[in-house]
Design a protein around this ligand. Structure first.
Ligand code: IVH
Length: 672
């Protein structure tokens, strides 16, 4: 083994770890996603060539190969206790009295932290390497979910040796405890995906996090974007540092994500101030909290104070009152979103929920209405979290004269057809030029990852559409300076800036434009595959279903949606206008790899034991083959893993050759 390979691997891993930390822990990336991906790919490539050099703590090993059959049960070396709850300042004062009395001190220093609404988890690090992750379970015994925990990108799989050495002797083997959470955005995303897959929504981020961590397939867990904040350090069941505040700082220094919002409170009043501040600010957080945890800072007192049967005497939780209230549903109406999704929204008798007047709540979809059994005029319990639209928790009283809601047959905004795609929960308006969609389509079109037109925000889009200056996406490119300068909150200078942004957006690559058009199911990645495959928008627009299905990751659902998009006359007119405006309709066509498998087409189905799908695809592509999304007569091989889907049946029906993972490797080696 040449030393240089080992060196390069180590250097790459160090670099990747550094950038993962900058991105996921510090939220302050130094390089672009593309540059990061490049480093990761390089490491994967070398590791594939030298499998003997792969270590479990390598950044490539976050997502496991094979789903687990079950999670082994593990006893906690020291029980994972829970906390007593308090709900009033008086109860909290009692806690402080008790602590002072038991400790025989006049004044106690506390650390106040946010009480994160997730699930607690214990992690063991051995020689700096993440060895095990165990859920709390019943406190005495939890489940070993190590493979899933490793998918949490902010969690170091290995502590930098320098940092470890700086810590102390105890750092050789220690346990950290913390909370696994799902941020609100990740939660929304997970629910959108579940809805699209016809699965029921998660009720809240905590359920979503708990459900995800117990998934047997770590590849699914990885998609859920869990996060974890650490708040506890233990060595053989004991806190090794004299102060909890120091422990939090040490955890941070070791590279862990520690929630930044904690405070060392020298006096009890500081605790109350902290609680008051976060009561106000908690909606602004990107994740849910349900209270504040107050811990004695002096950890030597922890032993002294001890614990009751289930909770320590040196810590307590102060719970915020849930932001809930009951009110009456006045009406249920259908609201149209950017993609034309029609969401039922409950109009409510206005009610104060934690200082905010709430007058409507989302009901998500028809399935949710059914689940809740909600009718107009019912009394409901509603709940608000963050700055998202409030939700209905349950019906508390059915009205005798309750009226059922039915989905309208025509779009309430434009009168277009309303359609429910097979296997989907959502109803949609199919008219692309529906004004309700237009505003959202414009915002999406202008967004950073799409055409990146800075300055085209909500307020401006509202005015442009409402004043009739923009009737479709292409109208953006014929806006005049004086039209813009006359709008509210605009002036000469901002109009000029915006026009420059719009002009610059014409140079965007085809893939961006494709993504920006907002074709259903065509995300950034698919847009790139499409642009790479067809090389021009015209070719894509003229593609048949069969041709579309040849594109990587394009299955019948995406193909159908693309066909529908280009079939619509208004969309074709729009594209003509965009072309006249000078946007890039031609892109680079992906270079076809030459190799043993040149011209061979593969389809993957089921779970492969030794390779992730991405890995298998890369192996095939490197040999010159292509992986497509669905089976046709042109397919040469269908690679079948465990639990294959309908593609396997289709392969058999069409008489396409099916092979397993082992045979695939042979085919790659010898050529098809
Ligand atoms: S310390 C001895 N700190 O709240 C118990 N817990 O109700 C130590 N939690 O099981 C827990 N944020 O899941 C602690 N900053 C925080 C927390 C926190 C959330 C959870 C944790 C615990 C539960 C107790």
């Amino acid at each position: 083994m040449p030393k240089s390979v080992e060196k390069e691997i180590e250097k790459l891993r160090e670099l990747i770890r550094h950038h993962e930390h900058r991105y996921y822990v510090s939220d302050d990336p130094e390089i672009s996603d593309a540059e990061f991906d490049k480093l990761m790919r390089r490491l994967q490539d070398i590791e594939r060539e030298h499998p003997e050099l792969v270590t479990p703590d390598s950044p490539t090993q976050r997502v496991g190969g094979k789903p687990a059959e079950e999670f082994p049960k593990v006893r906690h070396p020291k029980p994972m206790m829970s906390l007593d709850n308090t709900y009033t300042v008086e109860e909290l004062r009692d806690f402080d009295h008790r602590v002072r009395e038991l400790a025989g001190r006049d004044r106690i220093e506390y650390v106040a932290e946010l009480k994160l609404d997730g699930l607690s988890m214990a992690l063991t690090y051995q020689n700096g390497v993440l060895a095990r992750g165990v859920t709390r379970g019943d406190g005495n015994e939890g489940e070993d979910v190590t493979a899933n925990v490793k998918t949490i990108r902010s969690l170091p799989l290995r502590i930098e040796p320098k940092k470890l050495a700086a810590a102390a002797d105890w750092a050789k083997r220690f346990e950290v405890r913390g909370e696994v959470i799902m941020a609100r955005r990740a939660f929304e995303l997970a629910n959108v995906q579940r809805e699209a897959a016809g699965e029921p929504r998660f009720a809240n981020p905590r359920n979503a996090a708990a459900g995800s961590i117990r998934q047997l397939d770590s590849r699914i867990v990885a998609e859920r974007r869990l996060d974890m904040f650490l708040y506890f350090l233990q060595v053989e069941g004991v806190e090794p540092l004299p102060e909890h505040a120091t422990a939090l700082e040490t955890l941070k220094k070791l590279g862990f994500k520690v929630n930044p919002h904690w405070r060392l409170c020298r006096a009890f009043d500081d605790v109350l101030a902290f609680i008051g501040e976060w009561e106000e600010k908690r909606d602004k957080l990107e994740y849910d909290i349900d209270g504040i945890v107050v811990k004695v800072n002096d950890t030597r007192l922890w032993e002294e104070l001890g614990a009751t049967a289930k909770s320590p005497r040196w810590a307590i939780a102060y719970k915020y009152s849930p932001r809930q209230a009951t009110t009456v549903v006045r009406d249920i109406r259908a609201q149209v979103g950017r993609t034309g999704t029609i969401t039922p929204v409950a109009d409510l008798e206005p009610v104060d929920v934690g200082g905010v007047t709430v007058s409507h709540a989302t009901l998500h979809n028809m399935d949710e209405i059914e689940r809740l059994g909600i009718k107009i005029r019912d009394t409901v319990l509603i709940q608000r979290a963050g700055e998202v639209i409030p939700q209905v928790v349950k019906v508390t009283r059915h009205a005798a004269d309750g009226r059922e809601f039915t989905m309208p047959k025509k779009c309430p905004v434009c009168g277009g057809e309303v359609h429910r795609a097979e296997g989907e929960v959502a109803y949609r308006c199919v008219n692309v030029s529906c004004p309700a969609k237009l505003k959202e389509s414009l915002l999406h079109f202008a967004s950073r990852r799409a055409m990146n037109i800075d300055g085209l925000g909500d307020a401006l889009v509202d005015q442009l559409v409402d004043k009739g200056l923009v009737r479709d996406l292409a109208d953006l490119y014929s806006l005049k300076k004086d039209e813009l300068a006359n709008l509210e909150r605009m002036g000469e200078k901002s109009a000029e800036n915006l026009l420059a942004e719009i002009e610059a957006s014409k140079k965007n690559e085809l893939a961006r434009l494709l993504f920006a058009l907002g074709i259903r199911f065509v995300g950034e990645r698919t847009a790139e595959f499409l642009a790479g495959h067809f090389g021009s928008l015209e070719k894509l627009a003229a593609a048949t279903e069969e041709e579309l299905l040849e594109v990587e990751e394009v299955g019948p659902k995406i193909a159908q949606s693309i066909l529908e998009f280009f079939r619509e006359k208004r969309n074709r007119t729009l594209l003509e206008k965009l072309k006249k405006a000078g946007l890039q309709f031609d892109g680079k066509r992906a270079r076809k790899a030459e190799g043993k498998l040149s011209g061979k087409q593969f389809v993957l189905t089921g779970t492969l034991a030794q390779h992730s799908r991405d890995e298998a695809r890369r192996l095939i592509e490197e040999a010159g083959g292509r992986v497509v999304g669905s089976v046709s007569k042109k397919t040469d091989y269908v690679v079948v893993g465990a639990d294959p889907g309908s593609k396997f049946d289709k392969a058999r029906a069409l008489g396409v050759k099916t092979i397993d993972e082992k045979q695939l490797l042979k085919v790659i080696e010898q050529g098809g």
